[in-house]
Write a protein that binds this ligand. Structure first.
Ligand SMILES: Cc1cc2nc3c(=O)[nH]c(=O)nc-3n(C[C@H](O)[C@H](O)[C@H](O)COP(=O)(O)OP(=O)(O)OC[C@H]3O[C@@H](n4cnc5c(N)ncnc54)[C@H](O)[C@@H]3O)c2cc1C
Length: 437
């Protein structure tokens, strides 16, 4: 064994799970958590693994993406999932937890380990003298952000997330939406949803009146001219969108032979071919309003949203340039970066990354070969995404079916496809655990 002590910075969801995985494998862990000495704008307590907002960990149904990911975490003995289930409150197929009980129990469980030292202190510099897992989350403190910037390169650490919604291509009405690039340049890279003047006016009015997620105090400085939410742009006047992100210029609707009044362009996601993203639609509309208003776009009447748009404060790195599929730095193998900071989104994804990196750090320090689960599994797909996503337009992701290796056969019905992918994930994960763990 090279070293039997691991430093973990950040005792949130990812850091707490990573600590547990290392502790139970006999490693010593020094966990630095800055609360309550220094609080983030969202946390309220000094517990480890505090949940900052909703108390839901999403679906546990085995044929949903949430269910697939949770199955893998359960098989790998996730402490946070185990305690989540023990602290659960009724919520149908979803796993919802009593937030106070959850974090309190995690803290108590971890404190039982004699090989754990918890130090309540803000870390301001990445330590390079020992193996370290950085798990400081979306609200990583300022000083550490500077140190991270030095490590990743200034341009590869982001401080907010502005993501446009993504829809499933099979739910787009192709009789209305047509493939084309502006002025026929660049092949048929985009799908184009054309508006008549009347359709545009209706969409515009609904967009203006739609309900928005209120800005938190610490997010008030978030918008700048290059990245305004679509509804803010719309508020500047009726034609602003039609001259901006919805400009129709250079596009001809094949149904009419004319330039439409306005156009929403959709671009293919670079890894998940079944997913198309609405270009320039970063938004703070609530998710239910996104579904209602964006379905007024011609051809998207029945759009299935894989992911809704968000705009929020979020520190994350440009993972494809920095990490390999094990959440390990490509340059310095003793450094792992996990959780929201690694470019994942969501509670369960943060737990998953902490768990996976904890196991991989243990293997790395034991000089064992690291073998990733295949891309047809949830953990494999998340690691694959971070390593292979387009670094020029890298955006954080939740685990969704579209990240999995495509099925290789055509399955028309969505539910059948999901069942097939879930089963394949289960088989491949079991094989990986048996042979490579
Ligand atoms: C306001 C807000 C609301 C969110 N709501 C949801 C939601 O409803 N559902 C969902 O699925 N996801 C949500 N997320 C996204 C994400 O899932 C959570 O932020 C999740 O907690 C991320 O886990 P993490 O382990 O990466 O970070 P965290 O759980 O935030 O853990 C990071 C820890 O590091 C500590 N820390 C930071 N800097 C330092 C330092 N320099 N030294 C020592 N300690 C440090 C922090 O105090 C914190 O305890 C939300 C995010 C935010 C910001």
């Amino acid at each position: 064994m090279k070293n039997n002590t691991v430093t973990i910075i950040g005792g949130g969801l990812a850091g707490s799970e990573a600590a547990y995985q290392l502790l139970k494998r006999g490693f010593k862990v020094v966990l630095y958590e800055m609360r309550p000495e220094v609080m983030t704008p969202a946390h309220k307590t000094d517990y480890l693994a505090e949940i900052v907002c909703s108390n839901s960990f999403g679906s546990s149904d085995p044929n949903t993406s949430g269910g697939v990911l949770k199955r893998e975490l359960k098989l790998l003995d996730s402490l946070l999932l185990k305690i989540g289930e023990k602290s659960s409150i009724p919520a149908g197929h979803a796993l919802a937890v009593d937030r106070e009980l959850f974090s309190k129990r995690i803290t108590e469980e971890l404190e039982k380990f004699e090989n754990l030292t918890i130090t309540r202190k803000e870390i301001t510099k990445i330590p390079f003298d020992s193996p370290v897992i950085i798990a400081t989350g979306p609200l990583t403190s300022k000083e550490l952000s500077f140190s991270l910037m030095k490590f990743t390169g200034r341009e590869n650490l982001f401080f907010y997330d502005a993501t446009s919604p993504i829809v499933e291509v099979s739910s787009i009405n192709r009789e209305i939406v047509f493939p084309a690039s502006r002025y026929d340049r660049g092949g048929e890279d985009y799908l184009n949803a054309p508006f008549t003047e009347e359709e545009y006016k209706r969409f515009y009015t609904e967009l203006l009146n739609a309900e928005k997620v209120p800005l938190k105090e610490f997010e008030k400085h978030l918008f700048f001219e290059a990245c305004l939410p679509i509804e803010e742009l719309a508020a500047r006047g009726e034609r602003t969108l039609a001259f901006g992100p919805l400009k129709p210029i250079g596009l001809t609707d094949p149904r009419t032979g004319k330039m439409p009044h306005a156009v929403v362009q959709l671009r293919q996601d670079n890894l998940a071919a079944e997913h198309y993203q609405l270009v320039g639609f970063q938004t703070r509309l609530t998710w239910s309003e996104q579904k209602r208003v964006f379905r007024l776009i011609p051809g998207l009447e029945k759009a299935e949203f894989v992911r809704y748009g968000v705009m929020h404060r979020n520190s994350y790195i440009n993972a494809p340039l920095i990490l390999n599929r094990f959440f390990q730095s490509k340059d310095i193998k003793d450094i792992f970066i996990v959780g929201q900071l690694s470019g994942l989104e969501g509670y369960v994804e943060a737990i998953a990354s902490g768990l996976y990196a904890g196991i991989m750090m243990a293997k790395h320090l034991n000089n064992e070969k690291l073998v990733a689960p295949p891309r047809s599994t949830a953990l494999g797909a998340l690691g694959y995404y971070l390593e292979n996503a387009n670094y020029k337009n890298f955006q954080p992701t939740k685990f969704v079916f579209g990240l999995l290796e495509p099925p290789g056969i055509k399955i028309k019905d969505k539910r059948d496809r999901r069942r097939y992918l879930s089963q394949k994930a289960a088989e491949q994960f079991d094989f990986w655990m048996k042979n490579f763990l």
